[in-house]
Write a protein that binds this ligand. Structure first.
Ligand SMILES: O=C(O)[C@@H](O)C(=O)CO
Ligand code: MG
Length: 265
């Protein structure tokens, strides 16, 4: 049976961030993920998890200047010192939140550069992050993201991510397989699950309906079929529900749209 985590950056947006933990627990979630914890004290977040019987299963390393449009700095030459500081901060939060997965965003290709130009920087930064993460038994995740949502993002395809993992050569870097992005970029989701799950290199899965990124039962993907396939592949990790609710009315927008989840709880 798949296990689902509420993505608190996208779900329950009609309540304050710290109140989203309780809202997720009331709807039956046992785990949460979100983009960034850094605006809050780790102790406060840990208390919300504990009070609501929730597990933290994923968050992102500091992404550079998000408000200025940066989407990670792992592939940016010249930002190595900031990258290392960010990994240190993320690992401190991971320890306080007992979280064993950190998503390290690659970043946008700097103007005038190609993927080849920044490849070495990206690999070197991930090797550093993985070495530090391994000390606390944490895995570093890399996520292929579609360029319609994030134009210029360095990492877009599942095969690109798996080739990088082979090159980096450590079990502490894994792929965050977001099926929403995968469908937009390359499709053929069932075959990709059959191909990549047995490698043991998929460390987390996320879902949303395509193309609007709404509830998983809205749009072109048959998720019930894919959940059974993930079970058949023996996937025991979490599935992050990373979508923008569109079904319900204000204040109940997320809960009203969770009909798709009920058979799987
Ligand atoms: O898919 C996404 O957008 C997220 O998982 C993420 O970490 C970057 O925005
Ligand atoms: Mg995602």
């Amino acid at each position: 049976m798949p296990k689902f985590a509420a993505n608190l950056s996208m779900l329950y947006n009609d309540v304050d961030f710290l109140d989203r933990f309780a809202a997720a627990a009331v709807d039956g979630f046992k785990a949460v993920e979100y983009l960034f914890p850094y605006a809050y004290a780790a102790d406060d977040l840990a208390a919300r998890l504990q009070t609501n019987g929730l597990q933290q299963v994923l968050f992102n390393a500091p992404p550079g200047d998000w408000d200025a449009g940066e989407r990670g700095i792992a592939c940016l030459p010249g930002r190595e010192a900031e990258f290392r500081d960010g990994i240190g901060q993320a690992l401190a939060y991971a320890k306080a939140l007992s979280c064993s997965r950190i998503h390290v965003m690659a970043g946008l290709l700097p103007a005038g550069t190609s993927r080849v130009d920044v490849h070495a920087t990206y690999v070197e930064n991930l090797r550093y992050a993985a070495t530090e993460a391994a000390k606390g038994n944490v895995n570093i995740l890399i996520e292929p993201i579609n360029e319609r949502d994030m134009p210029g993002y360095f990492l877009n395809r599942q095969d690109q991510a798996h080739a990088l993992i082979a090159e980096i050569g450590t079990p502490h870097v894994k792929v965050q397989m977001d099926l929403y992005h995968a469908q937009i970029v390359e499709g053929d989701l069932a075959m990709k699950i059959r191909r990549y799950l047995p490698t043991g290199h998929v460390g987390h899965i996320q879902i949303a309906g395509v193309p609007e990124r709404h509830e998983p039962d809205v749009g072109e993907i048959n998720f019930a079929y894919l959940f059974k396939l993930l079970d058949a592949q023996g996937y025991e990790g979490w599935i992050g529900c990373e979508y923008r609710p569109a079904r319900g009315v204000a204040l109940h927008a997320t809960s009203d749209g969770l009909g798709w989840l009920k058979p799987w709880l």
